[in-house]
Structure formats: C-alpha cells, structure tokens
Write a protein that binds this ligand. Sequence first.
Ligand SMILES: *[C@@H]1O[C@H](CO)[C@@H](O)[C@H](O)[C@H]1NC(C)=O
Ligand SMILES: *[C@@H]1O[C@H](CO)[C@@H](O)[C@H](O)[C@H]1NC(C)=O
Ligand SMILES: *[C@@H]1O[C@H](CO)[C@@H](O)[C@H](O)[C@H]1NC(C)=O
Ligand SMILES: *[C@@H]1O[C@H](CO)[C@@H](O)[C@H](O)[C@H]1NC(C)=O
Ligand SMILES: *[C@@H]1O[C@H](CO)[C@@H](O)[C@H](O)[C@H]1NC(C)=O
Ligand SMILES: *[C@@H]1O[C@H](CO)[C@@H](O)[C@H](O)[C@H]1NC(C)=O
Ligand SMILES: *[C@@H]1O[C@H](CO)[C@@H](O)[C@H](O)[C@H]1NC(C)=O
Length: 523
Amino acid sequence: MKLSLWTWLACHVASTFALSPRHPARNLKTRATAASNHTAYYFDQAIDHFPQSSRYARHSNGKFKQRYFVETSYYKAGGPVFLYLAGEGPIDGDTHLDVSLITHLMEQFNGAGVVLENRYYGTSCPFNSSTTDELLYLTTEQVIADFDVFARKVTLPGLTDINAPSMPWILYGGSYPGALSAFTKKTYGDTFAGAISSSGVIHGQLEYPQWYDPIQLLAPQDCVASINDIVDNMDYLVKSNNTAAIQQLKELFGLGALKDIRDFAQTIAFPIGGPFVYPTYTWQEINWDPTRGHIDFFDFCRNVTDGNAPANNTEADSALAANTKGQVWKNLGNYAAYIKRVVLPLCPSGDYNSGECFGTQDTAHWANTTSNYVRSYLYTTCTEFGAYQSAQPYGKKSLISRVIDAEYTQEWCNKAFPAGQYNSIPATPDLDIWNAYGDFNFTAENLLFVDGTADPWKDLCYHSDLAPQRYWSDAYPQHLINGAGHVWDLRTLVDVSAEPQFIREATYLELRTVERWLKDFRA
Ligand SMILES: *[C@@H]1O[C@H](CO)[C@@H](O)[C@H](O)[C@H]1NC(C)=O
Ligand SMILES: *[C@@H]1O[C@H](CO)[C@@H](O)[C@H](O)[C@H]1NC(C)=O
Ligand SMILES: *[C@@H]1O[C@H](CO)[C@@H](O)[C@H](O)[C@H]1NC(C)=O
Ligand SMILES: *[C@@H]1O[C@H](CO)[C@@H](O)[C@H](O)[C@H]1NC(C)=O
Ligand SMILES: *[C@@H]1O[C@H](CO)[C@@H](O)[C@H](O)[C@H]1NC(C)=O
Ligand SMILES: *[C@@H]1O[C@H](CO)[C@@H](O)[C@H](O)[C@H]1NC(C)=O
Ligand SMILES: *[C@@H]1O[C@H](CO)[C@@H](O)[C@H](O)[C@H]1NC(C)=O
C-alpha cells in the first residue's frame, strides 16, 4: 500500500487533509472562510462504554479527549443542536459549519452546530498508537455510544440548557457517518429528536463489486466499453497464464516492476476508483457544484477515447494483439499513456513495487502501528463492514480486472492486524455486527434516508437495488436524488433556490422534514 502518497495522518499531529479514502466533501479546500477557523474543544469521553460486555477481553476505565468544533452564531435560546458526524477522517480544516446543509439548518431554526470527530481519528485517539490490542474499542457500538453521551453531557461555549434529551438534537452523517447516524437513531432514539442518513452505508457485505455499477451505467459509454474490453483481454492473458504477455502489458503502463498482478490491476484502476483507497480524484469526487467537485474522471475518459492521440499511443493498441487472436486492444495506448503521465509521478522514488508506492505486499508497511485514518478505517472494514474491492464476475462487464477479489483486501487486514493479547480480527468481517441494526429492513422513527442514483455506494444504502422499493411515510421518510452522487445533499449553496433542480428540491425536503421533527418535539 501507498499510504504515504495519501498523506499519513497521525493522531496528535495536526496536518492538512489531502485526500480522503471515501469522503469527497472533506477533500474540498475551497470557500474556507474566517468562520471555518473554529476553536477546537475536547470532551472527556469514556474509552469503554460497556464494562460488562463479554465482547471485550479487557476493559478500560480510561478516558480520551474527543475533539469538536462549535458554531453558535445562529443560536437563540431554546434552539436545536445539529450534530455533524465527521466519520473516517480528522476534522482539521472542516468547513461543514460554513456553507452546507448544517448551516441552513442552524440559520432557519436558530440552532447551534457541532462537528464531532470519531474516536480513533485525528486527535481523538484513545492511545498513542494503533496496535490490534489498542484498536479493541474501535467498534460501532462504542462509536455510537460516544454520540449519545456527548449529546447528553457536553457543554457548548457560552450556551446553557442545550443537552439532549430535554433539548432537540438532530444528527447528520454522510457515507460511513451516514450509517452511524442511522445506527445511533435506532439505538438511542430517545436522545435524538431526528437524524439524517445521507448515502448511509447501512448494509455490510464482504465483496462490493456494485461500487462500479453506476460508473458502468452512467460514465461515457465509449470510454466504459474500451476499459471493459481491455479488462477482458487482460483477464484472458491471466487465465491462459501468458506470463510473457502480462509482463509486456505491465511494461506498457510503465509498471513492469509490480510483482503482484493484483497491485497492477489496482494501480491502473486508480482513475476510476474503488471502495477503499486511491490517490487521485475519481468518479466519487465529481460534484454537481463545479467549485466543489473534481472532474479528473472525465479528463481520464476523454484521454482514453482521444481519437487524435499521438501515433505511438494508437500503435500500442496492437502491441498485444498476437496474444488475443489478432484482436486490437482499442484505446490501450491512450489508457497506458494516461497512467504514465498522471499516476506514476505520484511515486517520486520510482520504486513502484514498494509499500510507499503501488505495492501492497510489504507486510512491514501494513504492520506499522502509527495511528492514521486509513489504518482506523481499514480496521472497521476488516472487522465489521467489509465492502472489499472486487470485480464483477465473468459474464458481466467489469471496469477492473477479475484478479481483484476479497482475498486481496483480506490479506491487507491480516498483515495490518496480527493477533494481539486481547484482540484479534475475524477471518473475514463479522458483517452480522453491522447488519444487526436493521440492514435493508432498517426502521427507526424520525430518521430520514437520502441517497443518490449515481452514487457508487448506493447498493449498500437504503435505496440499494438489493433492497425493496421504498415508499415515503412521515414516520419513515426517505428520498432518492435523481442523478446524484455520494452525499450530494450536504454541500449546498448560500442561495438554495439557485441549486440544480433535483438537489434544490432535496434540500427543501430535508429542511421541511427537520422542521416537522422540531414541531413534533415541542408539541
Ligand atoms: C485562526 O485562529 C488562529 C488561532 O486563534 C489565529 O491565529 C488566526 O489568525 C485565525 N485565522 C483566521 C483566518 O481567522
Ligand atoms: C502518549 O504519549 C505521551 C507523550 O509521550 C504520554 O504522556 C502519554 O501518557 C501517552 N499516552 C498513552 C495513552 O500511552
Ligand atoms: C504459468 O506459467 C509459469 C511460467 O511459465 C509456470 O511457472 C506456472 O507453473 C504456470 N502456472 C499455471 C497455473 O499453469
Ligand atoms: C487529458 O487529461 C488532462 C488532465 O490530466 C486534460 O487536461 C486533457 O484535456 C485531457 N485530454 C483530452 C483529449 O481531453
Ligand atoms: C507516446 O509518447 C508520448 C510522448 O513521448 C508519451 O508521453 C506516451 O506515454 C507514449 N505512449 C505510450 C502508450 O507509451
Ligand atoms: C511508521 O510510520 C511512520 C509514519 O509514516 C514513520 O514515521 C515510521 O518511521 C514508521 N515506522 C516504521 C518502523 O517503519
Ligand atoms: C427483511 O424482512 C423480511 C421479512 O421479515 C425477511 O424475509 C428478510 O430476510 C429481511 N431482510 C434482511 C436483509 O434482514
């Protein structure tokens, strides 16, 4: 793995956030205003909320400092508190209290806003490192218990009488925190007056090939077809054990040094993305607001399909034809040239097979117990959530090679988290823990699910194609945004009426749903 390329963020080390594995909203460096310069506060949080539970081989009486930011400028006495769950990254430089749905909520309902860092992220780490034993308390039940205690006990600067449940607290989470928002509302329904789960991944499964489905369906189709065919040809070489041709293919991409074919397959898939980590912006980082999003994916596709590319690119399409019954690999040269120009320079040492770059087979690299957000997120992936990167099987079109399967990610888990004295990871993720909150039968009152049809995470969300058709009821509200990607409701405009129509109407739906919850609360 190439964590260093992604900015290795240690606990207790403030650092600029370069690229998040899954959460586009935090990549955005634009529009940070003076108001985003929030003072950090720290809540004394119990490391172990379940001293009686047999799930933990060792209990802790310790506390850790859980970091949070507060915005009180819209607050009027008696107003609600909007709790933004930050999830799988440090909250340094967070701007969700500036221009976002949370801002509109605070403004419209005279509320206060809080951004809360997850345990084991940023400075909110219970321990100085992250050995398997130290990660014992990074479980979903502990994470959401933090939110309950926080809402009931925290003090907010300059405010009095703000705690739940006597005052209305409303949760918002998107992506992984979208699942946490739903799990929290379900578990601590009396503490929170309402919760929004945006692109909330409430369903855990081992492999997640469906991550690629919206891209397969909605990305420029000439680009998609070229990549599908190149993947099929590559997989044919693998199946026929044509090691010489595979080496030639790797070299065409400048990646002859990559020993494991799966590392090669993952590296050439970086511009498309995947459910775990990648160093460049992908389909997931496209946004309806061009000042928020990143169009690298579209650049990539236009490069792949460039009909006016230099002759050496076009000639490369035939380089491997002799191995595929004379079939030319259309746009292979364009694809390879893009990877060489955009992805390879991310490894300045040129040692592509190293753990610092694109090689994932270096055990020592994974076993480094320095805390960082990728390690914490990997732990949750390996223990409860899954969603491992994998290809669609033969018989379906795939955007990534079928050499990538669950075993590939599981090997990282095993290298990263060797059994400790008190804690060990399961052989495969214990998905029952994640799915026990309700899975696709999820119900909790005053919980609003908002998803997007073009979101690669959609099939783990409430509106998954794997779930039943959804219908609105006031008790169980839900909304699927036409054409929207991952958490596209979060980043609003100051003037909501100027948003694109399907986003705008989702914003209005969320505002009036929260208004109804607040009225019900007061009634
Ligand atoms: C942010 O806060 C720090 C510490 O209070 C202060 O030194 C700095 O000037 C502030 N920056 C802005 C842009 O307000
Ligand atoms: C973490 O390191 C600091 C500084 O060395 C030390 O004071 C503190 O006790 C350590 N905390 C834990 C939980 O080990
Ligand atoms: C694939 O080819 C290599 C090199 O020729 C050989 O060592 C290996 O045994 C072959 N594997 C299979 C599964 O045929
Ligand atoms: C290729 O991608 C680059 C960005 O990496 C972009 O500037 C350029 O316009 C793209 N080429 C084509 C033909 O679109
Ligand atoms: C074609 O040549 C250009 C310019 O040297 C280079 O950037 C590109 O990577 C080459 N294409 C391939 C497929 O190697
Ligand atoms: C572990 O990673 C940290 C942060 O990148 C680095 O400073 C340290 O040298 C690494 N430790 C080992 C033993 O490689
Ligand atoms: C949802 O509930 C139905 C009916 O009780 C049951 O058949 C189904 O297995 C449940 N699905 C999940 C994912 O729990």
